[in-house]
Design a protein around this ligand. Structure first.
Ligand code: F6P
Length: 355
């Protein structure tokens, strides 16, 4: 191939810019030209008033100085139209009209689904894993995860300081969509008392009792890391909780972090506060690990296209670069029971809820 496209799609992840830089520079050193599509797959549908708003020609200079920047210079978005085969076909036609023979899709699960659809419709694609969620099983790490983890750990360590000073319990909600990886790693790295994640059923009553026992055993503060999808594996349902805690304001079925905190406080009798880390986890300069991962995986992606190989997802296993069929990249669970047990053993014996 002599001309390829690149895009970033889905939630942004620190290191996406480093990935774009590596794509462009590796392509140029292989005499390939690069088109950058803006706002993920939306750019390929070319619906803006001016073409420069949909795509740009990229060269080595257009990616100067971006390796350390968070966000993505091509911008990103989710594109619901890509669930419609006629839109995918249109995107393939548009890419081919520009002379684009292959495409590198930088993003997570949803991005890979789009890449698979394009590949099936005749445009060779390679997936580069970039999401703070780390929810792609075929690769040990996704670009952005390490940065988000370090950001979360720094924030939680600060929350621990104030929690210690006030002898409080803190619920800290981290991102991750349906995946508990970010929560689990954060909990392990900052010595949290519990990680509450979608992959493991849990009970808010047991958690509240555990907090109570922790306080009597002399714990000054406690950190409970909640994955954003944690409610999906809670044993109690909201209706049941509304009956048990009529004084609490639970108007919706989705409980907020503050509502979880209110319930824990009511059960444990111990002051509990909630913090939702939110989008701060997605911003900031990538860590060295993320910049290196982005550079290595993206360079491999370009080399595959240069050899006319498509339909693959690039990743890393045991610090070695791998590539797998893109349809396999989205299969399986990422949950690591060893990590979960370690949070229990070193933070608090969560599984047995004993001190
Ligand atoms: O996939 C990355 C992620 O940050 C998830 O952790 C989170 O659930 C989601 O994106 C939030 O998406 P949005 O930016 O659309 O609010």
């Amino acid at each position: 191939m002599k001309r390829i496209g690149v895009l970033t799609s889905g939630g942004d992840a620190p290191g996406m810019n480093a990935a774009l830089r590596a794509v462009v520079r590796t392509a140029r050193s292989n005499d390939m030209s690069v088109v950058g599509f803006k706002r993920g797959y939306n750019g390929m549908l070319m619906r803006s008033l001016t073409s420069s708003d949909d795509f740009i020609e990229m060269n080595s200079r257009s990616v100067s100085g971006i390796i350390s920047h968070g966000g993505t210079m091509l911008m990103t978005a989710r594109c619901m139209d890509f669930y419609r085969p006629e839109c995918v076909k249109q995107a393939v036609r548009n890419a081919k009209a520009l002379g684009v023979e292959g495409l590198i899709c930088i993003g997570g699960n949803g991005t890979f689904k789009g890449a698979e659809a394009l590949n099936e419709m005749g445009l060779s694609t390679i997936g580069v894993p970039a999401t703070i969620d780390n929810d792609l099983r075929y690769t040990e790490f996704t670009i952005g995860f390490d940065t988000a983890l370090n950001t979360a750990v720094e924030a939680v360590n600060r929350i621990r300081d104030t929690g210690d000073a006030h002898e409080r319990v803190s619920i800290v909600t981290v991102m991750g969509r349906d995946c508990g990886d970010l929560a689990l790693h954060t909990a392990l790295a900052c010595g949290a008392e519990a990680a509450v994640i979608p992959e493991v059923p849990w009970s808010i009553e047991e958690l509240g009792n555990m907090v109570h026992r922790g306080v009597i055993s002399g714990k000054r503060s406690m950190i409970l890391i909640f994955a954003e999808g944690a409610q999906s594996s809670m044993k109690e349902n909201v209706k049941q909780l509304k009956e048990e805690f009529p004084k609490l304001h639970m108007n919706y079925d989705k409980l907020s972090a503050s509502q979880f905190a209110e319930i824990i406080e009511a059960i444990s009798g111990h002051e509990t506060r909630a913090t939702v880390l939110g989008y701060m986890q997605r911003g900031g300069s990538p860590t060295a690990n993320d910049s290196i991962l982005a550079t290595r995986t993206s360079a491999r992606a370009v080399k595959l296209l240069a050899e006319d190989i498509g339909g693959r997802a690039v990743g890393v296993k045991g610090n070695t670069l791998i590539d797998v069929p893109i349809e396999d990249a989205m299969k399986g669970e990422t949950f690591d029971p060893e990590f979960y047990e370690l949070v229990g053993i070193t933070g608090y014996t969560v599984k047995k809820y004993s001190v």
